[in-house]
Design a protein around this ligand. Structure first.
Ligand code: BMA
Length: 758
């Protein structure tokens, strides 16, 4: 009692006699208390959303765990079955009196008809969009019935695909749904169905702020020019006030005369002496808390709060003596990009959770990553993902979700794609970690190099129409949307810009160099195939042995065990892993499968070491290396460096050295020593170069004075080293490199001339 009295006193002291206004915009969550039924099946489950059918079936004990054993084929029926979600709900009293009430589905996966109290509201056909509709006139105070019917996904898709002339390379092209769920070379065919994001009602009077976000136009340590973008919806023409602040500082206060309806406005803001946000290891990641308030007279109608960071990001793509330079500048400073490609963390996308994402991305940060490419065959990551990247300093190369096929180009498809892009651009714009937008994955590469014209029998006319459709989407609609609603992020139409078979892939743009995995060339080929920016390359290995034990559930393990091949989705994967083990470890006889698994990881790590060393030591010709792939969507044999259960493979441990701010390495051609620095300060130190035998005995030592500017890559000739190594048995020596500045160890590395087995 005493406590309550004290709180009342405190409130009175704070607000005096003012009456506390009820918020103008109110929300009612509709996430709880749904029933999910499977049409002709006698399945009836009580569930909450967000969730997908596959998840609910597992959580209700109806199907086995979709990631374990050999169950994939037994679960494929789920995506070709109709599913119904129903919810009975009473309307919150405060919402009842609102002039406007909107029903919002943040995500429906995928072909969905929605009804409220028997009235058909809309048909959804895009997993990546929000679906919103004004429902004021359909609502009653008690016992509303919301029905969400999911059509048979597979049949719906097939019908759309078959209608499409000319034939498109992939069936999934017709569906705006995560491509990887249709099966990939590391993913099963789990095409999820369900309400995969929250559902709510939003009620408001007069006006509301639908979106508020901030982007950096220009910034240095003295001044930042930002743009505040606002989406306002108002019922009547009128003048509204907007106040934007950070902490106790008001940054701008504007009156805008707006016509009735929805509008997008942009307000410039200036911040003096801003604290700049930097990628990992280039500086700190300060974030500002922004608040935007919408007022009419003295009445606060709506507020939005969000964090953002201030930094500039530029994509440099300009002619040089060799082709075209391609690199990024952050706050005006050229950045060597180090990282990997990121795929969705789960096959069941609703199982992605922020704790696991944080753990995964911390591993990336600890391995000196400053960039991840969110690959275009997955899903747009959540706000949590971007908040984590903002705080860890990991920049995101964000593909739009298009991959490996040509797409339809009718007006309805393109408009659907445009709305999706607009929503995603707006949702992510405030995040300083969002670096650039890219059209998608391996689409133009496919068009020019994969022979679709012949294999699908397109006539010349059809070919032209498909290519014109491609241009409209990837050279028109997507970049225009980025410019209109962001205006600061660069747009890159396709990753890679040219296929790896073409010489220009190494002299301009970004390259996916797959000659080693797909072309079965030796790892050493990575040394010849250094592009301006290597945005994909990789080699498979088995996941941690404990992961294999989990999926096998007691079954005996071997490379050809059924459960192991069910978790290997590349047709030649098992054979290729074995080939490289034989090639690089001919004298090692693994005593059991566990040791064989370890060998596969050593082989992968060796291959990536050759590649990363080749890329980094070619700086500034090469300005980025993103291997394929950071993570897995389920327990699988793949190119990842961290397996599904979060176990780092040998490669991931090795990245701590390979991606270190200063990399020391031996040039295998002339035995010079590279000092490759990403530090933003000069180096003045002593490099010790020693040659040891494999038992640790020292055979040679020499010291070199190292003086370098910030961000420099330099090769040092070491007196006597080349001569010594030319006469040595390279299989039996290790070159130990150490760079010391004063008392401080700046970098250290042991280099071998072969795939070292330990
Ligand atoms: C790249 C990616 C993925 C694929 C990987 C391995 O091209 O874009 O499509 O999983 O190759 O084959």
């Amino acid at each position: 009692m005493k406590k309550i009295y004290l709180i009342c006193l405190l409130l009175f002291a704070l607000f005096g006699c003012q009456t506390i206004e009820k918020p103008n915009v109110l929300e009612q969550s509709l996430n709880q208390g749904w029933t999910l039924t499977g049409d002709t099946l006698s399945i009836n489950m009580h569930i909450d959303v967000p969730s997908v059918v596959q998840q609910s079936l597992y959580e209700n004990g109806i199907i086995p765990h979709p990631y374990l054993g050999t169950v994939e084929n037994d679960l494929l029926w789920i995506s070709d079955h109709p599913w119904d979600y129903t919810l009975h709900f009473d309307l919150d009293k405060e919402l009842l009196v609102k002039e406007n009430v909107e029903l919002v589905f943040e995500g429906l996966d995928t072909y969905t008809e929605v009804k409220l109290n028997g009235e058909k509201l809309f048909f959804a056909d895009n997993q990546f969009r929000e679906w919103k509709v004004d429902v004021k006139s359909f609502l009653r105070d008690k016992d509303n019935l919301l029905e969400v019917h999911f059509a048979r996904y597979d049949s719906t898709q097939l019908a759309l695909y078959e209608q499409h002339q000319p034939r498109l390379p992939e069936k999934y092209a017709v569906s705006r749904k995560a491509p990887y769920q249709h099966g990939w070379d590391w993913a099963p065919k789990y095409k999820n169905v369900g309400i995969w994001k929250p559902v709510k009602l939003v009620g408001w009077d007069k006006a509301r702020l639908k979106n508020a976000y901030i982007v950096t136009q220009t910034a240095d340590t003295e001044k930042a020019e930002l743009m505040l973008h606002l989406d306002v919806e108002n019922e009547t023409d009128g003048t509204f006030e907007f106040v934007v602040s950070t902490g106790s500082t008001t940054l701008a206060s504007r009156s805008l005369s707006l016509l009735k309806g929805r509008q997008h406005s942009v307000i410039p803001i200036t911040i003096d002496n801003p604290q700049l946000w930097w990628p990992n290891e280039m500086g700190e990641q300060p974030l500002y808390d922004f608040e935007v308030v919408l007022k009419k007279g003295q009445q606060v109608l709506d507020t939005k709060q969000f964090k953002s960071g201030i930094r500039t990001f530029e994509m440099v793509d300009e002619p040089d003596s060799i082709g075209r330079a391609f690199y990024f500048k952050v706050n005006g400073v050229p950045m060597y990009a180090k990282g990997a490609n990121y795929v969705p963390e789960e096959m069941i996308e609703t199982w992605i959770n922020a704790d696991n994402t944080l753990a995964l991305l911390r591993e990336a940060k600890d391995a000196h990553f400053n960039m991840l490419r969110v690959w275009g065959g997955g899903i747009y990551p959540s706000n949590d993902f971007f908040n984590i990247c903002d705080s860890l300093g990991i920049l995101i190369w964000q593909d739009f979700m298009y991959a490996g096929t040509m797409y339809p180009y009718d007006e309805a498809f393109l408009e659907n794609a445009r709305i999706e892009a607009e929503e995603q651009v707006k949702r992510l714009a405030s995040h300083p970690s969002l670096a650039l937008w890219c059209g998608g994955n391996e689409i133009s590469e496919g068009y020019y190099n994969w022979g679709w014209q012949q294999s699908l029998g397109w006539t010349e006319e059809e070919d032209k129409a498909i290519k014109a459709g491609y241009d409209r989407l990837f050279e028109g609609i997507l970049p225009q949307t980025v410019t209109e609603f962001d205006g600061t992020r660069p747009y890159w139409p396709s990753s890679p810009s040219k296929g790896w078979g073409r010489p220009e892939s190494l002299t301009e743009g970004d390259v996916h160099y797959w000659g080693v995995w797909w072309g079965e060339q030796p790892y050493e080929m990575y040394r010849e195939k250094v592009g301006r920016f290597n945005s994909e390359y990789g080699y498979q290995s088995y996941p941690d042995y404990s992961t294999l034990q989990k999926i096998a559930q007691g079954e005996p393990l071997s490379p050809n065990a059924e459960v192991i091949t069910a978790h290997q989705k590349h047709p030649r994967g098992t054979r290729q892993i074995d080939d490289f083990i034989q090639r690089y470890y001919p004298n090692v006889q693994p005593k059991d499968f566990e040791e064989y698994v370890h060998l596969s990881q050593l082989s992968q790590a060796y291959g990536m070491e050759v590649a990363i060393e080749a890329h980094r030591t070619a700086k500034p010709y090469n300005m980025g290396t993103l291997y394929w792939q950071l993570n897995d969507a389920w327990p699988v044999t793949s190119w990842s460096s961290i397996d599904y259960y979060g176990n780092p493979k040998v490669l991931h441990g090795q990245l701590k050295e390979l991606y270190a701010p200063v990399l020391l390495s031996v040039d295998w051609k002339d035995y010079g020593i590279f000092v490759t620095s990403d530090l933003l300060r000069d180096i003045d130190g002593i490099l010790t170069v020693a040659v040891h035998d494999l038992n640790g005995g020292q055979l040679f030592e020499q010291k070199v004075q190292v003086r370098m500017s910030a961000n420099e890559n330099k090769k040092y000739a070491v007196e006597g080293l080349a001569e010594y190594l030319r006469n040595a048995d390279l299989e039996k020596v290790c070159v130990k490199l150490k760079l010391i500045e004063g008392e401080t160890l700046t970098a250290e590395r042991n280099c071998y001339f072969f795939a070292f087995y330990e």
